[in-house]
Design a protein around this ligand. Structure first.
Ligand code: G3P
Ligand code: MG
Length: 252
């Protein structure tokens, strides 16, 4: 197994690229994260019907684009013509759902580390985990920091482990289940990622005692971010990149 001894990632990650300040999961969002000084971004990756890895949070394109329907049934050629910016603000008109290739290139250009959340379309867990991990390994080969792969899907993360064993993995939870130790061990995770509202000082201590690093999402209150850091949370994922900057937790 490849457990990291010290946590190499920044202490603050921009949720969906640019948090609340840009249309999620677009190149403009990544630019916004960098503009606010963040050094790591999180984004959601899934497969089009023709197996292109691209960024989108929901199963459907409706909320975050001018299209309609399930992404699983659309080719990337159909997805890439959709406007993924105007729903957020007219000044982002023309933003697209980018491919993982384009995202990796932008991260490299901006010097940003990446948390690639594998967010499979329903029923495509294994194929998505395998493909995203293989692509991430290829696209980030030689990068200063490897991309941190994460997923709520155990099956997707297991497929990612098999496809790219050397890439670090974090298992995502809402509420942390009783069997978090066996699940993270089976996947050889370096980290556990949890909804910050489900964490307390004791649970953080137990997770750390297991040798796991902790990422807490989605933390938008600076006082709460400080509290989590004091408990031992390693990294927080935030929408408020304007309030919780890259160096926010440096002194804690
Ligand atoms: O990875 C942290 C966070 O992004 C998980 O929740 O729904 O925003 O992808 P969600
Ligand atoms: Mg996410």
């Amino acid at each position: 197994t490849m457990k990291t001894i010290s946590w190499p990632y920044p202490r603050v990650v921009a949720h969906r690229g640019g948090g609340a300040l840009a249309p999620e999961n677009t190149l403009a969002a990544i630019d916004m994260g960098a503009r606010f000084g963040l050094r790591m971004i999180e984004f959601d990756a899934k497969l089009s019907s023709d197996d292109v890895v691209f960024l989108l949070h929901d199963d459907k394109v409706d909320r975050t684009s001018n299209g309609r329907g399930a992404a699983a049934g659309m080719t990337y050629a159909e997805l890439e013509v959709l406007d993924a910016g105007s729903w957020f603000d007219a000044r982002f008109a023309g933003e697209r759902m980018p491919t993982l290739d384009a995202v990796a290139a932008r991260c490299a250009a901006l010097g940003l580390a990446a948390n690639v959340e594998i967010k499979p379309c329903p029923g495509r867990e294994v194929a998505t985990g395998r493909r995203v991990a293989a692509e991430a390994a290829r696209l980030w080969a030689g990068a200063r920091l490897p991309p941190l792969l994460s997923s709520f899907s155990f099956e997707a993360l297991a497929a990612a482990r098999d496809a790219a064993p050397a890439l670090p993995r974090g298992l995502l939870f809402g509420g942390v289940p009783k069997d978090w130790r066996s699940q993270t061990a089976a996947l050889e995770c370096v980290s556990l990622h949890a909804d910050h509202r489900k964490l307390d000082a004791r649970l953080v201590e137990q997770i750390k005692a297991e040798g796991l690093f902790i990422l807490a999402y989605t933390v938008n209150d600076p006082a709460r971010a400080r509290e989590l850091a004091q408990w031992g949370v390693d990294t927080i994922c935030t929408d408020r990149i304007d309030l919780i900057g890259a160096d926010f937790l440096a002194a804690t």
